[in-house]
Design a protein around this ligand. Structure first.
Ligand code: NAP
Length: 302
């Protein structure tokens, strides 16, 4: 029977056996409910997550509102530090350091985009390692190479949490990651490698993308291009993690889709929906990292 929760498949394909949906929303709720309990049990003052904003892009405002709501639901303090766009790299670095020095702040997020004159690689160094809850500081990224999965960027951790729901043994599995960005594709590839999967990373230079994706027991797609991966590119029964988030449709009627076409649900064994798959778990990972930083700081101060 086709999974009734499966996303609609595009014609001309008629669904036969639907993929099992990996429900990221439900997993995130479970993780956040555990965090709420941990915060309530320890008592005041609760952990504080601070978002530093420079360029006030509409998507950033939406994201900040979502984070604020999630923090409120679990009893965490949330704040935004708006800095404006006319900012030098030195001024932004100073503001990041100041925020990190605030003892009540346990997690700091530097929201993208930042002014184009500032190098994101250089600036991320200033987010104090223990308060870098997105895990984008180069030191934390470096620890992923040392096989420390708890210091991996949140989206990479979210992908691993969702794969764990399937119960698949990763040892020896053929894993294919499409996209090789620094905070998504590359760390995901490293985490899969750490679990002894045989990992192939595809990118703009890949000659025959379908030849690789068709071999994948585990397929992670993180590019930002709607319908890049279609039904004919999937090994039957594969676990497909769709990380991409794309807004499609005419002005006023836009909707969110991933990088994987709707008809993939006919062939895959497991599939993450968009929205409701990797995104909510990524947010839950960020909240969990903030709570861990708060618990660790409380441990250090007795
Ligand atoms: P990114 O930095 O733009 O990276 C995209 C990657 O895809 C790059 O490595 C790029 O290669 C590669 N690529 C481009 N065209 C390709 C093609 N035709 N075939 C194979 N690879 C191709 O984006 P990102 O930050 O990794 O994010 C990727 C997607 O995931 C976006 O849609 C983003 O919105 C989404 N995302 C979702 C979450 C979540 O929580 N759900 C979190 C983060 C990101 P080159 O660099 O060589 O061009």
């Amino acid at each position: 029977m086709r999974n009734p929760l499966a996303p609609p498949c595009e014609p001309p394909y008629l669904p036969s056996v639907g993929a099992v949906l990996l429900d990221g929303k439900r997993l995130a709720e479970k993780i956040q409910s555990d965090l709420r309990t941990r915060i309530a049990a320890r008592g005041a003052p609760p952990p504080h997550l601070c978002v530093i904003q420079t360029v006030p892009a509409p998507a950033s405002q939406v994201y900040a509102r979502q984070l604020a709501r999630a923090c409120q639901e679990i009893g965490m303090t949330f704040s935004v530090r708006p800095l404006g766009e006319d900012l030098t790299g030195a001024a932004l670095a100073e503001a990041i350091r100041e925020t990190c020095e605030e003892t009540t702040v346990c997690g700091v997020i530097l929201q993208m985009p930042i002014p184009p004159s500032i190098d994101p690689h250089e600036i991320r160094i200033h987010i104090e390692r223990r308060k870098d809850v997105e895990r984008i500081n180069p030191t934390n990224l470096g620890f992923v190479v040392y096989a420390n999965p708890s210091l991996a960027p949140c989206t990479a951790m979210a992908v691993m949490e969702l794969i764990a729901l399937t119960g698949r043994d990763l040892r020896g599995a053929e894993a294919v990651v499409v996209g090789h960005s620094e905070i998504v594709g590359k760390p995901i590839a490293l985490l899969l490698l750490d679990r002894l999967a045989t990992v192939t990373v595809c990118h703009v230079g890949t000659r025959d993308l379908a030849a690789h994706t068709r071999r994948a027991d585990i397929l992670v797609v993180a590019v930002g291009r709607p319908a890049l991966v279609t039904r004919d590119m999937i090994k039957p029964g594969a676990v497909v993690l769709d990380v991409g988030v794309n807004r499609v449709g005419p002005e006023g009627e836009t909707r969110l889709v991933g990088d994987v076409a709707g008809d993939v649900c006919d062939v895959a064994g497991h599939l993450t929906p968009v929205p409701g798959g990797v995104g909510p778990v990524t947010v839950a990972m960020m909240l969990r990292n903030t709570v861990l930083a708060w618990e660790a700081a409380a441990g250090r101060t007795g």
